[in-house]
Design a protein around this ligand. Sequence first.
Ligand code: BDR
Ligand code: CA
Length: 310
Amino acid sequence: PIPVIIDCDTGVDDALALLFAVRHPGIDLRAVTCVAGNTDVDGVVRNTLTVLEQAGAGDIPVARGAARPLIEPVRAAHHVHGLDGMGDLGLPAPTRVAVDVDAVTLLRREILASPTPVTLIPTAPLTNIALLLRTHPDVVRNIERIVFMGGAVATGNATPVAEFNVWHDPEAAAVLLTAGVPITMYGLDVFERVVVPAADVQRLRASSEPSLRMAGELLAHRDPATSGDPTPTGGLGDAGAVCAVVDPDGLTTELLPVEVSLAPGPTRGQTVVDRRRRPGESEIHEGEREVTLVDVGLDVDVERYVKLWL
Ligand code: BDR
Ligand code: CA
């Protein structure tokens, strides 16, 4: 199995990602770290522990991370994920607690302890990851790849051009993009397309197995008609990024230069993806800046990922 660490802001769709990662035999989920995003970091820790417990995940270590972005204030997404950050489904409180070290410490420990290089899957604002890369750059030698949910080639969601995770902490995303690690960007362009058909959602909701029922409730909770949230009910969201680790062939990517806009104003948090690039160029220079090449997800085999996740 692939050694994986998920850094999340659970989060309805982060929960769908965790459920899948815990259950897929091709994944060895070594740790989960939490960061402020969809809700405050303590809420994220609680939600994460609940999901892992409901999934029968055993004692996978969970750590509390950054309570706020590097520079921006905290801006939760309660309009999308409910007041508790996880759809207000009335899920039970966890019986376990987080480990007594912070997320950055746990990330370093687990990355360096792994016998084979770890794949990191951030499905949240990139604050913890930026702090890790700046505090302990030695971790890079044992990171296989960072497959992050964030960014957008075309349209944003938090703003017309910026996706929520990058918009929430643009400086942190910029640190990630210049870290010198292989990166896959699972952005909004593919994220929004992977939707579980309504009949499957209903089947899950009717299941007698608690974690399947929870998955169904999570998939069903978003009703664009009433919530004003344009994401269709049934969206796998962050879970698609985990699918991309298990089954990379289901995601069509192109190696493209990506930069984050850090300017104040309407473009802040936009991932500027340069699609003009000609094949064969290995380094991109924009004036003084060297721009990182990222494997950007441009197309996704929707049926394949839905089937895989189900
Ligand atoms: C991202 O923002 C969060 O609300 C979701 O969990 C996902 O990670 C989508 O923009
Ligand atoms: Ca998320």
